[in-house]
Write a protein that binds this ligand. Structure first.
Ligand code: FAD
Length: 411
């Protein structure tokens, strides 16, 4: 039996670790284009000069030997012939597998704005080579224009501000981090970024990038309201596309990414997929969970991704920490909300019939594990207490007849 995992990041590494825990005997081989294992969520610290490349690794230096894992690094997969259970690498090596996990992640894509593609000072932020290219172009005092204020764009903006650049953020939604935060939590970040010297434009789109000549660097962008913003470099952070280019064999079912069931199995036997390559919500915790589920099933222990609660975002930008769980806005008037906004601490709970569907905790995030459980397990809170923000685990336990604490599910 030979397990092969394409990708050595959130999904691939967690799958490998899971398989090794369940199967101490058989061969596990990881293949990755990257020659390092690192957290993409920390790339902006490298841009800012606050961390080295080694400082953003999320495994120990002896991870591969300790877990008896083989690793072909720095070379990509070129092709998979599923009927023969064989992979061809870009360096022409040929690798056989019995069980395969595709965890090849996603790549950043440029928005279709006239004048952006091909310009030498336009970058995306996805991997270490992007950081190196951005680092070479991003000199203190220059103006960096960031398109898109999601997690990637805001990370880039923070890193560049910390490096001493003038940063302009352009977001088409009406606030920063529109998928992760409500208006209040987002405006607290906007204030913080503006205090750090950033200019923020929301609710506008870029209609064109204006280069200095044919194929020259972008010198400014024009917004839909006519404003022209000068810039020295552009970071486009407007979305990702699953890395499936090496799958030329049409037998594998694909949708927005590789189609999987709740066991992370693809349409083919013994072929699994996990992480951003599945085209589902492209966030780190989901990739980790999918990797664990895939690895478990590959090693013969049945596991399902039953946890549909995937909208968990931890954000720490310019020193302000926020966690948002589940819904950010009440979807309709039948939902109620409780808020607390005091001395820079902002908290919001969205609930319906005593069941919590969304929580935002900003600046004071200590109960985020508790609220994660409450949402995930749909624990009813009845009656709804006046001091809801003080609620903790103790409220959900009772003393059983045998004197031990037991889970009571309700107050
Ligand atoms: C700048 C930035 C900030 C982010 N911030 C956050 C955040 O704050 N919170 C959050 O939840 N998420 C964040 N994300 C998203 C998060 O990083 C991803 O969801 C996560 O990395 C997905 O993990 P993955 O294992 O699916 O794929 P990836 O991390 O994309 O890894 C893919 C792996 O596959 C390999 N690979 C790719 N193509 C091939 C090929 N052809 N052959 C062989 N190997 C290949 C790569 O080398 C890599 O090892 C951020 C992403 C970026 C870029």
């Amino acid at each position: 039996m030979k397990y092969v995992i394409i990708g050595a990041s959130a999904a691939g590494i967690n799958a490998a670790q899971t398989i090794r825990k369940l199967d101490s005997q058989n061969e596990i081989l990881l293949i990755s284009k990257d020659d390092r294992v690192y957290s993409r969520c920390m790339l902006h610290h490298v841009i800012a000069g606050k961390r080295s490349l080694d400082g953003i690794s999320f495994v120990s230096p002896d991870f591969f030997t300790q877990n008896a894992l083989q690793w072909i690094k720095g070379t990509g997969v070129r092709d998979i012939r599923f009927a023969e259970r064989r992979i061809t690498l870009e360096d022409d090596q040929s690798v056989a597998y019995d069980r395969l996990l595709i965890a090849s992640g996603a790549s950043a894509s440029l928005p279709p704005i006239k004048g952006l593609a091909g310009a030498p000072n336009v970058f995306t932020l996805r991997d270490i080579s992007d950081v190196q290219r951005i680092g070479a172009a991003a000199q203190a005092g220059k103006t960096a224009l960031v398109i898109g204020a999601g997690l990637v764009g805001m990370d880039a903006a923070a890193g560049l501000l910390e490096k001493g650049l003038h940063v302009v953020i352009v977001e088409q939604a009406d606030r920063l981090l529109p998928l992760q935060l409500d208006r209040t939590a987002a405006s607290n970040y906007q204030t913080l970024f503006e205090q750090a010297g950033a200019e923020v434009y929301t609710g506008v789109t870029i209609t064109e990038a204006l280069p200095s000549g044919n194929g020259g660097p972008v010198q400014s962008v024009r917004l839909n309201d006519g404003t022209v913003i000068p810039c020295d470099l552009v970071i486009a952070a407007t979305g990702v596309r699953p890395n499936t280019g090496f799958i030329k064999d049409a037998v594998l079912t694909m949708n927005d990414g590789i189609t999987v069931d709740e066991q992370m199995q693809t349409s083919l036997p013994d072929v699994y997929a996990a992480g951003d390559v599945t085209g589902r919500s492209a966030i780190w915790p989901l990739a980790v969970k999918q990797g664990i589920v895939a690895g478990s099933n590959m090693a013969g222990t049945s596991k399902k991704l039953t946890d549909g609660f995937t909208a968990k975002n931890s954000i720490n930008l310019l020193g302000l920490e926020t966690v948002s769980l589940g819904l950010v806005h009440a979807p309709d008037p039948s939902y109620e909300q409780a808020t607390l906004n005091h001395h820079g601490v902002y908290k919001k709970i969205i609930y319906k019939d005593g069941v919590v569907h969304g929580v935002i905790l900003q600046k004071e995030i200590s109960r985020c594990g508790f609220w994660t459980q409450v949402i995930k397990e749909k624990l009813p809170i009845e009656p709804w207490p006046a001091d809801i923000f003080d609620l903790n685990y103790a409220a959900f336990y009772q003393i059983a007849p045998n004197g031990r604490y037991q889970y009571a599910r309700a107050l």
